[in-house]
Design a protein around this ligand. Structure first.
Ligand code: BDR
Ligand code: CA
Length: 311
């Protein structure tokens, strides 16, 4: 089987952690590296958490890189109110022993995309887009070499989750998001419209808890962020955002969307970081994104549980 080469760009984050575990559990994917960025918590913690997750998976050989410690043009906004002080609150796991790579994540992204055959590496950003945009800005020659970007971010009918208009990943670094959305790369977007349909519930969390060695940790993470999200959304469970990207690579038929134009708001204080998604195709702006709107949630959670149990 030819494995699909991917790089996960991340700010773990409990849902990021599940996305990393899903990739590590999937033989169809070759995880070339995990690039960390400041987001849910500061960079030092995201780079630590990514390694905790790789060790939990029994994969300490995974290459983990630290990247940008702040957005391109703004002060960092974090989300400890959702993810806890460590970013990975839930179960207490040991500090990582595996080393952090010394190369900067942006240099790793550029070097890898230049080295690997053109069109063979897919990027999965599940965090503010600072690392990816910095790489594109510094080395525009990498753009046509990227197979596809499958990212979690934005919202259309669902509005925002950090402001009424903006989703967290895009809001934290809108200038970076604009660079990525304008790059002309094949782009698939998992916005809140789809992730808010990928909700945990008791049965799904209990299935996680019983999913092999990593199951109890995964259930403890979902238990942790559920508390906040259930209150916020008044729903039975919480959205498991970031693994949608990796699940899409494994089982695209679980998802459906539309190829539309999406622009990023970088000017307005009121709607900063909004993904202005032309779902009804009322503008004449050229489509630039496969904007996902729906998921077979049962199939998604079954896939996650089945894969996590393999670790
Ligand atoms: C996104 O923001 C982060 O808090 C999550 O990890 C996810 O990437 C959801 O808006
Ligand atoms: Ca994330």
């Amino acid at each position: 089987m030819t494995k699909r080469k991917i790089i996960i760009d991340t700010d773990p984050g409990q849902d990021d952690a599940v996305a990393i575990l899903l990739a590590l559990a999937s033989p169809e994917l070759e995880l070339l590296g995990v690039t960390c960025v400041a987001g849910n918590v500061p960079l030092e913690l995201t780079a630590k958490n990514a390694r905790i997750v790789c060790e939990l998976a029994g994969r300490p050989e995974t290459r983990v890189f630290a990247g940008c410690d702040r957005p391109m043009a703004r002060k960092l906004v974090t989300a400890e109110h959702v993810h806890g002080k460590t970013g990975l609150d839930g179960i207490t796991l040991p500090d990582p022993i595996m080393p952090l790579e010394t190369q900067h994540a942006v240099d790793f992204l550029i070097e890898t995309l230049r080295r690997e055959p053109a069109g063979s590496v897919t990027l999965c950003p599940i965090a503010p887009l600072t690392n990816i945009a910095t790489a594109i800005q510094r080395a525009p020659d990498i753009v046509p070499r990227i197979a596809e970007i499958v990212l979690m971010g934005g919202g259309c009918f669902e509005g925002g989750n950090i402001t009424p208009a903006a989703e967290f990943n895009i809001y934290v670094d809108p200038e970076a998001a604009k660079i990525v959305f304008d790059a002309g790369v094949k782009l698939t977007v998992m916005p809140l419209d789809v992730t808010h349909k990928a909700l945990t519930n008791r049965a799904r969390v209990e299935a996680f808890r019983n999913a092999g060695r990593v199951g109890p940790a995964v259930a403890s993470w979902t238990d942790f962020f559920e508390r906040f999200d259930k209150e916020k959304y008044g729903s039975e469970g919480a959205p498991l955002h970031d693994p949608c990207t990796v699940a899409y690579l494994l089982r695209p038929e679980l998802f459906s969307g539309r190829f539309i134009n999406v622009e990023i708001e970088t000017g307005s204080d009121l709607t900063l970081g909004m993904t202005v998604a032309d779902w009804w195709r009322v503008s004449r702006r050229a489509p630039n994104a496969n904007f996902i709107g729906d998921v077979d949630a049962e199939g998604y959670f079954e896939l996650l549980t089945e894969r996590l149990a393999r670790l």
